[in-house]
Design a protein around this ligand. Structure first.
Ligand code: GDP
Length: 444
């Protein structure tokens, strides 16, 4: 997960302040030194760090903090606001042409994830905007690029305009745009060539394509794992092409986060999307305020809720809410819940979005193997309906019967029953609107 180091260091710094009733200027100075080091270590651009620290210091030594009864909270609030600010305040949506098609040109260095991001973006447009996009394959230098785009096109049912690798990219784009007109595609995504580094020839070609296509969006696809280099690349492309935005890829890896925090401040151009995996569904709209919350370990309930809405079976969710209220959550629901949660992605990533869970040691063990789920199901299916509804019936001899029935060790049966009871209690607490209950259960 991205930002791990930065997140840990910032939270450690702030936890030192938490116990203090009164914060002095010397405390603020010491804290700022630590924040500065944390940012530089996360590969945040030097000038960005400097400006950031200056702003925080000005605000933190003001009466807003020093006279406050809860100085630590005040400082965290300020850091949160300023982090949000350097990443761009709020999400910026895609530009749209006044009349179809909206033309989106994707540029970037080789390996940044350009072709994959073209696929993700097309899928996003289809899903969210009911769009009918067309790809234009204008990367003629990397022979596999055209094939890769065709494969992606087949997967998500998006047509690809291509002429192999012999024609000139500018000609391909021109004819591709004609086809989009004829077929009334509402979006056109142009996949352009990349190189290992920025060179004049590449930039000239991209400028020519830009002049011809007059795109509504020129999105730079940049790899967050490259840290400072990503910021330089963004600067270079922006100078030559005047970008409209950035897609920051590979934020699922253990990137230190510097690119996410620097690009907007250095180029003035917004990060519009982030890539969070190799799959075509792994694209998220970039929300600076949510990212700041995640960095500060305050969770990201909004993204979690949106994810849940997308992946969760609505009827089941309603049913669960009712059961939580009636306190009738049983083993059948337990299995259904585990299945639902599994659909949302790796457990450890989901838990991190819950406020206060970011650096919870219990999370280290939150990984769940799909095989484990099968084992749990086997145990539940060995129960009678009465037992499923009332775990108190499960005395030692019944537990032995379940272990034998499911072919699992008795210790596993005991563990599962314990987990179930905890989950039941947690549900009760949550239905009373007490999120801290969840934290307690998992931390305890
Ligand atoms: P291009 O040369 O810029 O077109 O790059 P590709 O689209 O071929 O991507 C290069 C590699 O990065 C491929 O192996 C992709 O699967 C991978 N990739 C792209 N985006 C992401 C992402 O957000 N997360 C991860 N983990 N891998 C990604």
């Amino acid at each position: 997960m991205a930002f791990e180091g930065l997140s840990e260091r910032l939270q450690k710094t702030f936890s030192k302040l938490r116990g203090k009733g009164k914060v002095t200027e010397a405390d603020v100075k010491e804290m700022m030194r630590e924040v500065r080091l944390a940012l530089l270590e996360a590969d945040v651009n030097f000038d960005v760090t400097k400006t950031f620290i200056k702003k925080i210091r000005e605000r933190a030594v003001g009466s807003e903090v020093l006279d406050s009864l809860t100085p630590a909270q005040q400082i965290i609030k300020i850091v949160n606001e300023e982090l949000t600010q350097i990443m761009g305040t709020s999400a910026v949506s895609l530009n749209k042409a006044p009349k179809i098609p909206t033309i989106i040109m994707l540029v970037g260095l080789q390996g940044a994830g350009k072709t994959t991001s073209a696929g993700k973006l097309a899928r996003y447009l289809k899903d969210e905007k009911r769009a009918r996009p067309l790809f234009i394959a204008a990367d003629v230098y990397r022979p596999a690029a055209v094939e890769q785009l065709k494969t992606i096109g087949q997967q998500i049912d998006v047509p690809v305009y291509e002429e192999g690798t012999t024609a000139s990219p500018v000609d391909i784009v021109q004819r591709g745009l004609q086809q989009a007109q004829e077929n009334k595609n509402d979006y056109v995504l142009i996949d352009t060539a990349g190189r290992l580094e920025i060179d004049d020839q590449l930039m000239d070609e991209l400028s020519q394509i830009k002049a011809l296509a007059q795109p509504n969006e020129i999105l730079l696809v940049v790899d967050s794992m490259t840290g400072q280099a990503a910021t330089h690349v963004a600067e270079g492309f922006n100078q030559r092409l005047d970008l409209t935005g950035v897609i920051l890829t590979k934020l699922d890896g253990d990137t230190r986060g510097g690119a996410a925090l620097s690009i907007r401040a250095v180029t003035g151009k917004p990060i519009k999307f982030i890539g969070s995996g190799e799959k075509l569904a792994a694209l998220e709209v970039f929300h600076p305020e949510r990212m700041a919350n995640r960095i500060l370990g305050m969770g990201d309930m909004m993204t979690l809720i949106e994810k849940a809405q997308k992946d969760y079976d609505e009827q089941q969710a309603e049913e669960l809410a009712r059961k939580m209220q009636e306190n009738s959550f049983d083993f059948n629901d337990f299995v259904a819940q585990l299945e639902q949660v599994q659909k949302m992605g790796p457990m450890e990533d989901i838990m991190k979005m819950i406020p206060g869970m970011g650096n919870n040691p219990a999370l280290q063990n939150a990984k769940m193997d799909p095989k484990d789920l099968e084992h749990l199901k086997a145990i539940v299916y060995s129960m009678t309906q009465k037992e499923r509804q009332n775990p108190d019936l499960l005395n030692p001899s019944r537990r032995r019967r379940l272990a034998a029935g499911a072919g699992r060790p008795i210790a596993e049966v005991n563990r599962m029953i314990k987990q179930f009871k905890q989950m039941q209690q947690m549900m009760q607490k949550m239905s009373n609107g007490n999120m801290a209950g969840l934290e307690q259960m998992l931390g305890g």
